[in-house]
Design a protein around this ligand. Structure first.
Ligand SMILES: Nc1nc2c(ncn2[C@@H]2O[C@H](COP(=O)(O)OP(=O)(O)O)[C@@H](O)[C@H]2O)c(=O)[nH]1
Ligand SMILES: [Mg+2]
Length: 300
């Protein structure tokens, strides 16, 4: 919790201080304070439709034009925000697929490779055996970055080096993980959105090839998003979800941004489970997403 609260500091400063400032003198919910609240939500990257939903939920629980304490109003607002986020609070549950295959996708720099390392740590510390597959064959440094994580966490990494066919690397890794009876295979991929068609074709091919070994695989397609891009994250989800199909989200770099409010937009617009949030660069700075804790973190 301490980690989470520290990481959400910037988002909190913007949102919570703004709230206190606006509702210092009167905590009455009237036309002008509703407008104030909407502006505050929008400036915190909550987005138009999510803001509207939070406000209509709040209106339903607070009688209009009644004066109340600031604490009472903020508690009701918290409830409305938690209500929205609870829709996407569905932690990843890894079934016994041997291996359970997790495909990691997302834009360049979003934090995919780092998340692969953090996930390897997450699963090994639960006693599961893990293998990493270096499916980003486009960036020369990607494989050595994943090798670094593999060594650090103590899990095998399958790679073929720069320029290899990504789908064949992941196929090989899948076969190897299967024959070694490992629990979880985490496959990294490239993220060059500037060549969108090429990237999407590659990801589709990866999915196709994986499903030849096991028709239920990949069992999870995790889209990694940099929270710092704010509302642009919405476009990224739309693109990847339409083209590839996304079963879960990871929001990284919440520690470096005041745009954490984008979580509400994502929850409202897509309802895709937010599996994890990234709170820093280290291997233990990946947390299971929890709606109540998140809202406390931006309020307290
Ligand atoms: N502060 C912070 N940095 C992160 C987080 N996740 C990743 N990074 C950093 O973001 C940069 C890009 O990450 P990387 O995993 O290489 O992104 P990729 O291109 O999607 O594979 C690296 O410098 C990471 O250390 C996070 O949750 N918090
Ligand atoms: Mg990478």
């Amino acid at each position: 919790m301490k980690d989470l609260f520290a990481a959400l500091e910037k988002t909190k400063n913007k949102f919570s201080l703004g709230f206190k400032e606006r509702f210092q003198s009167s905590a009455e919910l009237d036309e002008s304070s509703i407008e104030n609240l909407e502006t505050l939500l929008l400036s915190s990257d909550v987005g138009v439709t999510a803001s509207q939903r939070i406000i209509s939920d709040l209106k339903a629980r607070v009688r209009k034009d009644t004066l109340m304490s600031q604490d009472l109003l903020s508690n009701e607002l918290k409830e409305s925000m938690i209500n929205l986020l609870e829709i996407v609070e569905k932690p990843l549950s890894v079934s016994n697929e041997s291996p359970y295959v997790i495909l990691i996708i997302g834009a360049n720099g979003a934090g995919k490779t780092t998340t692969c390392g953090k996930l390897a740590k997450f699963f090994t510390s639960m006693g599961r055996s893990v293998m990493l597959a270096s499916g980003d064959t486009f960036r020369a440094a990607a494989t050595s970055q994943l090798d670094f994580w593999g060594e650090k966490i103590g899990v095998p990494v399958v790679s073929q080096g720069h320029g290899a066919d990504s789908a064949s690397v992941i196929y090989d890794a899948f076969t190897a993980a299967k024959s070694r009876d490992l629990d979880v295979l985490i496959a990294d991929t490239a993220g060059r959105l500037q060549n969108k068609t090429g990237l999407m074709e590659e990801l589709k091919k990866i999915k196709r090839v994986i499903s030849k070994i096991d028709s239920s695989a990949p069992h999870e397609v995790l889209l990694v998003l940099d929270s710092g891009v704010g509302q642009n994250a919405i476009d990224q989800v739309r693109i990847f979800h339409e083209m590839i199909g996304v079963s879960g989200l990871v929001l990284t770099k919440l520690d470096g941004t005041a745009k954490g409010g984008v979580v509400f937009s994502l929850a409202h617009d897509f309802k895709i489970p937010i599996r994890f949030i990234g709170l820093g660069e280290k291997e233990d700075q990946l947390k299971i997403f929890n709606a109540k804790q998140f809202v406390e973190g931006i309020f307290t």
